[in-house]
Design a protein around this ligand. Structure first.
Ligand code: DC
Length: 701
């Protein structure tokens, strides 16, 4: 799942990548610098809803019969649910993209003991705790559920109390009232279903959802649940009830206080289920439209008729000034009032999406108050305190109450601050703060640990970059030039991966021209290319090459040439065609077109001197010819290609001489390039050196 697609150098791909040494984990991206965004426009198809996906997975698993689930979310939280269900003996098959077939266990335990690790997925922990306790108690099983350290700080005691009232066996394995827990004691016990079960509704609605999902498994008589305290997040209960009905269980609801599961309830698969897109995820793009789109952002997969409560975020956004229209499965959002209007809102019905309102408040005139959000304190992190801290970093004045936030934006553009946003392993903090990149001061916004979005939206940042236009000249390019086999490709990939940038391997483009010329029957000898008319023909060919990059493959006129461009002969051909002016001119625009947010690492011979002369960081990488020949030798041998080190050294020197002495864009260090000789450096040290140069450049700007 992670790294997200934007990390993969989709535009410049060659088998160099496949043969590059595996990069150490230390190059995993620690932060993502978002270039300032000027505007937004385009269409977004959202991933499936987390809440619906995990409920449907569990319901399908508990049902009689098989269920085909369409548009299911693929993310960390659904992955832990899937793994748990498999451990419990459920058969799950992938039948298409985001499509699964689950054969249900019909409420009968297949495995009576298991240890389940549930990460930080509340939507897995709560319902599985309830369902497994009831099944283990009545069928004689014993299970353990645990999660990441934060999960062991998220309360579950109110649910455990309710399960114990029923006669369920639940043992605290750590701090009382928190996971990890042991469910069942291996023996069978009768449940006490005759008295109403009391459950608190004012801490998390997930406790009630968990009971509603579990009790139909044991409803030999009418089972009544009474909610104690004011029920929060009612729309999530509504989702639970609607999905239960789809699986054949019709709960009677009296007000939001009493729920009755009818005697004889039984889960039956509806055959097929379609998962709605995630309405909370929609909030980021609704906000993006309201903040930065005059032409509109179209959001596919969720419409105004969505069953998820967070769809009511639309009303809140409209109150702030968003222009929203929509139909059954889509929304279209544009800037309406600008600046936005401050609001004072009870957000109890949209707890997750309300975090997005907190960031929109930075663009409002006046102070925005978000009330009744105490549940934020028991989510992935203490969101009330985290949001206040991070909003302040950007220059806002924030009053953090027990259950409210009051946000006053920076008074002038000059009061915005470039900030490094901590994300606390909380996907929603990472996603909502990306909207700060629209700030009027054009400050770079750093998102620390950006991979946390994988909890619900692994491709979030790539989607954001697809529909936004950065401010002119604000997307950074790092150039890494140097002679053949100096290790530019491996170094560039390491730097690109660490920063989340795209990668351009410009040598691959010249290799493509050489191969395309051969295929077209055009000679690439030095003598033939010396003829200006012939050189012009090869230049035309370079300009019109039908080249397509797809993942790790390169296609020329529909033919996969990934391996063909990597041979030694193709390297020599590239060196010859790259010496002529018409070819260099033809590839200029193509190379410059590779720049995209959040940044580009470009490697070649003239990245810093000709193609990106204004790049903020240029590196000239060298190593002794002997060392380079040795590296190339090892690379070829590891691929099973026989090689001769003396021959390689001679070829390499010939290429060095031609690349350096040619008339057009000769290989040389840009005057402002930093020199890096990696003859005696490992890849990790080289990457670290470039990253530290990059950091110090940024501190200066
Ligand atoms: O980096 P490489 O070995 O894949 O490059 C192949 C040839 O392409 C190299 O010998 C010179 C040429 N080249 C160039 O002239 N300018 C670039 N920016 C990249 C490569």
């Amino acid at each position: 799942m992670y790294p997200p697609r934007y990390l993969i150098p989709t535009q410049s791909t060659t088998d160099k990548q496949a043969s590059a040494p595996c990069l150490p984990a230390m190059f995993q991206q620690a932060f993502l610098d978002l270039p300032p965004i000027a505007s937004a426009h385009g269409e977004v198809t959202l991933p499936g809803s987390k809440s619906i996906s995990n409920r449907v997975l569990l319901l399908a698993a508990l049902s009689h019969g098989a269920t085909e689930i369409h548009d299911i979310l693929a993310s960390d939280d659904t992955q832990v649910m899937r793994e748990s269900l498999k451990t419990l003996g459920c058969e799950i098959t992938e039948t298409g993209t985001n499509q699964l077939r689950i054969v249900g266990i019909g409420g009968q335990l297949q495995n009576k003991t298991a240890k389940l690790f549930l990460g930080n997925a509340g939507t897995a922990m709560r319902p599985l705790t309830a369902a497994l306790t009831l099944m283990a108690t009545t069928q004689g099983g014993q299970f353990e559920v645990s999660g990441v350290p934060r999960m062991h700080e998220r309360p579950i005691g109110d649910l455990v109390d309710a399960l114990r009232q029923l006669g369920g066996s639940v043992t605290d394995l750590g701090q009382a009232g928190y996971p990890p827990l042991r469910l069942g004691d291996g023996d069978t016990h009768a449940l006490q279903l005759d008295a109403p079960i009391a459950v608190r509704g004012d801490v998390s609605s997930q406790f009630l959802t968990a009971l509603l999902l579990a009790l139909p498994l044991v409803a030999t008589r009418d089972v009544v649940i009474d909610v104690v305290g004011e029920l929060i997040s009612k729309p999530y209960i509504d989702i639970t009830l609607k999905l239960l009905a789809q699986f054949g269980v019709h709960v009677q609801r009296e007000d939001w206080r009493r729920f009755t599961i009818p005697a004889g309830s039984r889960y039956t698969s509806p055959g097929q289920v379609f998962v709605e897109a995630d309405a909370s995820s929609a909030s980021y793009f609704i906000a993006l439209g309201a903040l930065g789109s005059t032409q509109g952002i179209t959001i596919q997969g969720v419409g105004l008729d969505a069953i998820q409560g967070d769809i009511r975020f639309v009303e809140a956004a409209q109150r702030m000034g968003a222009d929203v229209t929509g139909g059954p499965n889509h929304l279209c959002v544009k800037r309406g009032a600008w600046p936005l209007k401050a609001i004072d809102l009870d957000c109890n019905h949209i707890p997750d999406a309300a975090m997005t309102l907190a960031v929109m408040a930075l663009y409002a005139q006046g102070t925005t108050t978000l009330r009744n959000i105490a549940s934020w304190r028991v989510k992935e992190t203490d969101r009330l305190s985290a949001m206040a801290t991070e909003l302040r970093k950007l220059g806002a004045t924030v009053d953090e109450g027990d259950d409210y936030l009051r946000i006053t934006p920076p008074a002038t553009p000059g009061e915005w601050r470039p900030a490094a946003i901590d994300t606390y392993d909380d996907h929603r903090i990472a996603m909502c703060f990306s909207l700060a990149a629209l700030n009027p001061a054009a400050c770079v916004v750093r998102i620390n640990e950006p991979h946390c979005v994988a909890k619900t939206y692994p491709d979030y940042f790539e989607t954001l970059f697809d529909v936004t236009t950065p401010c002119v000249g604000q997307v950074p390019v790092i150039c890494i030039d140097g002679p053949t086999a100096s290790g530019k490709g491996t170094l560039s990939q390491g730097v690109a991966k660490a920063l989340g940038y795209a990668w351009l391997d410009s040598g691959a483009l010249y290799r493509l021209v050489g191969v395309a010329a051969e295929q077209a029957g055009l000679s690439t000898t030095v003598e033939a290319l010396a003829d200006p008319a012939h050189a012009a023909t090869v230049g035309e060919l370079a300009r019109n090459m039908a080249v397509r990059f797809e993942g790790e493959q390169v296609f020329l006129g529909g033919q996969d040439v990934s391996a063909a461009i990597r041979t030694e002969a193709a390297g020599m051909g590239a060196s010859r065609v790259s010496a002529i002016g018409p070819v260099r001119a033809a590839l200029m625009d193509l190379q410059q077109g590779f720049v995209r947010a959040p940044g580009l690492v470009a490697d070649g011979r003239d990245m810093g001197t000709v193609i990106f002369p204004h790049a903020p960081l240029k590196v000239f990488l060298t190593a002794s010819a002997e060392k380079r020949a040795e590296r190339r030798y090892r690379q070829l041998i590891s691929k099973g290609i026989s090689a001769n080190i003396d021959g390689l050294l001679a070829d390499l020197k010939e290429r060095d001489a031609r690349d350096t002495n040619r008339q057009h864009a000769p290989l040389k260090a840009a005057t402002d390039a930093a020199l890096l000789d990696n003859t005696d450096l490992g890849i990790e040290e080289s990457v670290q050196q470039v990253l530290s140069w990059w950091q110090s450049k940024q501190r200066k700007t």
